[in-house]
Design a binder for this molecule. Structure first.
Ligand SMILES: Cc1cc2nc3c(=O)[nH]c(=O)nc-3n(C[C@H](O)[C@H](O)[C@H](O)COP(=O)(O)O)c2cc1C
Length: 174
């Protein structure tokens, strides 16, 4: 079967941060899945070839950072270059800051930084599904009330391939 997963798009785009504050690495990922309320679990599907896959297998923690449209250039750098060959922190304009509960750093300019400890790893085809327990969250303006602000229209979504979009401001009740 050829690639058909594009029918699931657009979906939200995130930055997955691994490494340490001394040597951070961010990669772009849109295969990020809420999995459980209690305990709070999130899944990230990371291809075997990614440097991030190696880092998370070693350090057993990561941060899911929520970027806005302003960070599009950085999202593109993080999604098209590998930390195995390039120090992306030098190329990106974002500020890596210490997380409160995990070694993987957070990104100051992101609207939320979700700190996770790996509780399970499942090999799924050519990706690893890392299941992370959320141990801490820090938020910016888009989540200032403690939940997503639907009027905040600049949360980044991938429309597959090289395209991106942002969320609409309307909410529809069933
Ligand atoms: C919009 C976008 C979404 C992406 N989503 C994923 C993803 O969910 N999982 C994945 O393994 N790679 C994904 N990638 C590809 C990685 O971000 C890319 O291969 C990156 O260079 C890996 O960096 P690393 O080697 O430093 O880990 C995505 C790329 C882009 C541009």
């Amino acid at each position: 079967m050829t690639v058909v997963l594009e029918y699931l798009y657009p979906i939200r785009t995130y930055l997955i941060v691994a490494g340490t504050i001394e040597k951070p690495n961010a990669m772009t990922a849109d295969w990020v899945i809420p999995l459980s309320f209690e305990p709070s679990l999130v899944g990230i599907s990371i291809e075997h070839t990614r440097y991030t896959n190696k880092l998370i297998k070693e350090q057993k923690n990561f941060v899911v950072a929520v970027p806005t449209l302003e960070l599009l250039r950085d999202v593109w750098i993080a999604g098209t270059t590998s930390g195995a060959k390039t120090n992306k922190a030098e190329k990106m304009s974002v500020t890596f800051v210490r997380s409160e509960h995990v070694d993987a750093p957070s990104i100051k300019e992101c609207q939320a930084n979700i700190e996770c400890r790996v509780v399970n790893e499942v090999e799924v085809g050519d990706h690893t599904l890392f299941v992370g327990e959320i141990v801490n969250v820090t938020c910016g303006d888009a989540f200032i009330s403690g939940k997503p602000d639907l009027n905040y229209s600049y949360i980044l979504h991938s429309s597959f391939g090289k395209g991106f979009t942002v969320n609409r401001q309307e909410e529809f009740k069933p």
